[in-house]
Design a protein around this ligand. Structure first.
Ligand code: BDR
Ligand code: CA
Length: 315
């Protein structure tokens, strides 16, 4: 059993990732959810996190609001993809549960300090502001993190928000830079892999026909957000980004990647937020440590089989 903290900016794809984790209690213990500003402002990502827990009927998982803006820059949001609420699709009731008082960053610090070293995996699904803030505020926790498995970045697939940058990294490149340099074991699920798991019509029919309420809600979320990407890429369906993180934890054998040196551009106006991966190993390991396991391939049908089976277990 792996203990995880999901750090997130829901977002329909974040929501499906959270539901996948909650539907997998034999492998994953979600010890808390921390929210961050990203797809929509913090008040909405936090509200959405509460609603998602109620969809899964896992109301005892604590939710902590984290940072409401990037470390050094103005917040950039993505309502044009996710809708004004961040979770457009079937309207969900106002949540009955409430957030915890503690700040998300302090929850991350406290959890890492109170648990045995290397027993907690951090799963960031949004901008890396909370994770970097925890590392700045309490550097002693860095060695205690078992690993970070995150959705973010791109290399061969390049950008989805600018020509060279992926959204999560672009929103807070300074935070991403701190995390990439931290020395923690990092696995990155970039656009290169998430663009292979498309929400095709056939796959979405399986979600809609799961026979539970969650399946219907998920299908409504996907029908909303896939419109934007289908128009952009001319594809049957949209990438289902964030669930790749949880699927990787559940079935790493579905994924393939390699360890690379990966750095974040924080200066250039043209390529701000670019994740520069030395995929071909042209730099020396001495000067450019292989700091990231960069995932490039996935068995897409295996991924959807896993997702469909697990989501069917929800109410
Ligand atoms: C990432 O950006 C957000 O819009 C999605 O939730 C995902 O985390 C993809 O670039
Ligand atoms: Ca996200």
């Amino acid at each position: 059993m792996k203990k995880i903290i999901i750090d997130t900016d829901p977002g329909q794809d974040d929501a499906i990732a959270i539901l996948l984790a909650l539907a997998s209690p034999n492998e994953l213990e979600v010890i808390g959810i921390t929210t961050v500003a990203g797809n929509v402002p913090l008040n909405l990502t936090t509200l959405n996190a509460l609603k998602i827990l109620e969809v899964a009927d896992k109301v005892n998982v604590p939710v902590f609001a984290g940072c409401d803006r990037p470390l050094r820059r103005k917040l950039v949001t993505a309502e044009h993809v996710h809708g004004a609420t961040g979770l457009n699709g079937k309207q969900l009731p106002a949540p009955k549960i409430a957030i915890k008082e503690q700040h998300g960053v302090d929850f991350i610090i406290k959890s890492l300090r109170e648990n045995e070293s290397e027993t907690i995996t951090l799963c960031p699904l949004g901008p890396l502001t909370n994770i970097a803030s925890a590392m700045i505020k309490a550097p002693d926790i860095i060695d205690k993190i078992e690993q970070i498995v995150l959705m973010g970045g791109a290399y061969f697939e390049v950008g989805n928000v600018t020509p060279t940058a992926e959204f999560n990294i672009y929103v807070d490149p300074d935070a991403a830079d701190i995390v990439m340099r931290s020395g923690v074991a990092i696995t990155m699920l970039p656009l290169d892999v998430t663009h292979q798991v498309l929400t095709t019509e056939k796959r979405m029919k399986r979600f809609a026909n799961l026979g539970n309420e969650a399946g219907k809600i998920i299908a409504s979320w996907v029908s909303f957000f896939e419109i934007f990407d289908e128009e952009k890429y001319g594809s049957d369906g949209a990438p289902l980004h964030d669930p790749c993180v949880i699927a990787y934890l559940l079935k790493p054998e579905l994924f393939k990647g390699r360890k690379v040196n990966l750095q974040i551009e924080t200066q250039s106006k043209l390529t701000l937020g670019m994740s520069v991966a030395d995929y071909w190993g042209v730099t020396s390991e001495k000067t450019h440590p292989r700091n990231v396991m960069f995932i490039r391939d996935v068995n897409a049908n295996g991924f959807y089989d896993l997702l469909t089976k697990r989501l069917a277990l929800l109410p």
